[in-house]
Design a protein around this ligand. Structure first.
Ligand SMILES: [Zn+2]
Ligand SMILES: [Zn+2]
Length: 353
């Protein structure tokens, strides 16, 4: 087993970076290629590249090498329990269930190799490595703060006919916005930096709308239906129901655009940092009620930005104005629907001044 899909972007960066992509066996020093899964790995192997093995120090299997029942299961695939080896030395270390290679011997092997790498690496390159480690840690933090694991649930609330968010989801999004604002991104990763800034701009626009228009109702934040709160007044009713409909459409558009922005980050990280990034989890998808909006994934992907372009500011007012025009004033009873997928949200939200 060469690569493990269960290894996170952080652990893979630490493992490969700190061993300088080389086998940890003393004096082997074999430079290892990242296993990109078949068929790429086969092609690299055919051309003589040695594919790196992300070997467990303590096996996950009870009968495996150096199995330790005390070791926490959630740490099995982390950097602390992995050592990078060529296939030959992986086989030696694991021979007879690791009989000749107890845990501390393998840990020693790894530590000695990493120390040698550090000594052979210039201060500048070490600084670059530190920045990359910080960058992958920020990406992992973004995944948590943006709740990518429960993205479908969160978007299903925003995509409700009556847009809403749970209190904790709203708090989480505001915290994410503040966190993104404070981030500093290293040079050398233009697509990743662009993608994060673009995500922040879309999120800022959505949060502005939530902050300005949503109301707390118990543990729920929702777009209030003010047209339900008035006595009989035909023109005021039309004004309020139109306003609600315009804002609801803007929430749906921004939810779709934020999903695209998240997917742009995912493809940028795969392009610039880790080709295996989210290979098993993939892109994030939207949910609308019981149905996926994201069946057609291509509609949730952002076009790759042109080199050197700068993410634009999303103007909430511009987006509201344009949506109102497209909805013919916004009265839902007069039925001019928007094909949400077909909208270029960044164009509609382009600041007018
Ligand atoms: Zn092994
Ligand atoms: Zn080796």
């Amino acid at each position: 087993m060469g690569i493990r899909l269960s290894i996170s972007v952080v652990d893979r960066k630490l493992l490969w970076g700190r061993s300088a992509n080389r086998c940890a066996w003393p004096a082997c020093n074999q430079r290892l290629a990242l296993n990109l899964l078949n068929p790429e790995a086969d092609i690299l192997r055919d051309h003589g590249a040695v594919i790196g093995e992300e070997a467990h120090i303590r096996s996950a299997r009870q009968i495996g090498p150096r199995y330790d029942p005390q070791y926490p299961r959630e740490k099995l695939d982390t950097y602390g329990n992995l050592v990078l080896l060529c296939p030959t030395h992986h086989a030696i270390v694991d021979k007879d269930e690791g009989a000749a290679w107890p845990t501390d011997a393998v840990e020693n092997l790894k530590a000695t190799h990493e120390r040698a790498v550090d000594e052979a690496t210039s201060a500048t390159d070490l600084a670059v490595r530190d920045l990359e480690e910080l960058l992958v840690a920020q990406i992992a933090n973004w995944e948590i703060k943006a709740r990518l694991a429960t993205w479908r649930a969160m978007t299903s609330h925003l995509n409700n006919v009556y847009p809403q968010l749970r209190q904790d989801e709203a708090d989480g999004l505001f915290e994410l916005g503040a966190w993104l604002l404070e981030r500093r991104w290293p040079d050398g990763y233009p697509r990743i930096v662009y993608a994060f800034e673009n995500f922040r701009q879309v999120l800022t626009c959505l949060l502005e709308l939530i902050g300005r228009s949503f109301e707390a109702k118990g543990q729920i934040f929702e777009l209030p239906r003010e047209h339900k709160r008035i006595g009989w007044n035909a023109s005021l009713y039309t004004e309020l129901i139109s306003d609600f409909n315009v804002k609801a459409n803007v929430v749906w558009l921004l939810t779709m655009e934020l999903t695209r922005a998240a997917n742009l980050i995912i493809s940028a990280v795969a392009a610039e940092l880790d080709p295996l990034y989210r290979l098993t989890e993939g892109y994030v998808l939207l949910q609308d009620g019981d149905a996926f909006w994201g069946i057609e994934l291509s509609r949730l992907q952002h076009p790759t930005p042109k080199p050197d372009s700068v993410p634009q500011v999303y103007s909430l007012q511009a987006l509201i104005d344009r949506t109102r025009v497209e909805l013919d004033g916004g009265d839902p009873r007069s039925e001019p629907d928007i094909d949400l997928y077909a909208v270029d949200v960044s164009e509609w939200a382009r600041p007018t001044d």
